[in-house]
Design a protein around this ligand. Structure first.
Ligand code: E4P
Length: 217
């Protein structure tokens, strides 16, 4: 399973990237706002640091404008994945980008039906939003499972990029289901290292070690 980092925070991406934890990055207009940076500048900086796909999202709502924006974003670097919303206009733009050999991430997917359309339109990635479905009392992981089944049934090549990941449990469940990629905030990826028994065990080892009076260095 590939790990994408869901942020436009360059320092946070660098920390994980230095550990080999970053296979790609996803951004969106809200994350660009949070970064306080210019979209073209920050996206370029991320693309220079990370060799995998870096999703940059269009903000137009009509296909023609989306295509113009996407082509501009694609010029930032060869590893740009143009991110479009799952609307009819977004699917139109997706088809146009895919036909020209660009990577496309179709975002804001909330149903299996939408995911089928994205695959038919040639999306490189489909981004179903797990957490936002959970927020409205639906099961976001069920959607990942449904899309996995459908894509496997028909051998669709579009990669399932599980998005809106809010906790470690989401990541392990997506791994069990067979999502191709997860994108998660840096804090959630770092939280994967935590376990209460690790903390407890380490605490005991430190106490016992102190009693030996020894030093390694
Ligand atoms: C996906 O590409 C989105 O950027 C992201 O995962 C949305 O997550 P949120 O629902 O936590 O905002």
């Amino acid at each position: 399973m590939k790990f994408f980092v869901d942020t436009a925070d360059v320092a946070a991406i660098r920390e994980l990237n230095d550990l080999g934890m970053v296979d790609g990055v996803t951004t969106n207009p809200s994350l660009i706002l949070k970064s306080g940076r210019d979209i073209l500048e920050v996206t370029k900086e991320i693309c220079d640091m990370v060799s995998g796909p870096v999703s940059a999202e269009v903000v137009a709502t009509e296909a023609k404008e989306m295509i113009a924006e996407g082509l501009k974003l694609a010029k930032i670097a060869p590893n740009i994945a143009i991110k479009v919303p799952l609307t009819w206009a977004g699917l139109t733009a997706c088809k146009a980008f895919a036909s020209e050999g660009h990577m496309v991430n179709v975002t804001l997917c909330f149903s299996a039906a939408q995911a089928i359309l994205a695959a038919k339109a040639g999306a490189t990635f489909i981004s179903p939003f797990v957490g936002r479905l959970d927020d409205i009392d639906l099961d976001g992981l069920d959607l990942i499972e449904d899309i996995r089944t459908i894509y496997d049934n028909y051998d669709f090549r579009t990669q399932i990029l599980a998005a809106s990941i809010r906790n470690v449990g989401h990541i392990t469940s997506c791994a069990k289901i067979g999502a191709d990629v997860i994108t998660a905030p840096p804090a959630v990826i770092k939280a994967m290292a935590n376990h209460v028994l690790t903390d407890k065990g380490l605490d005991q080892f430190m106490k016992d070690w102190a009693k030996t009076g020894q030093k390694i260095l």
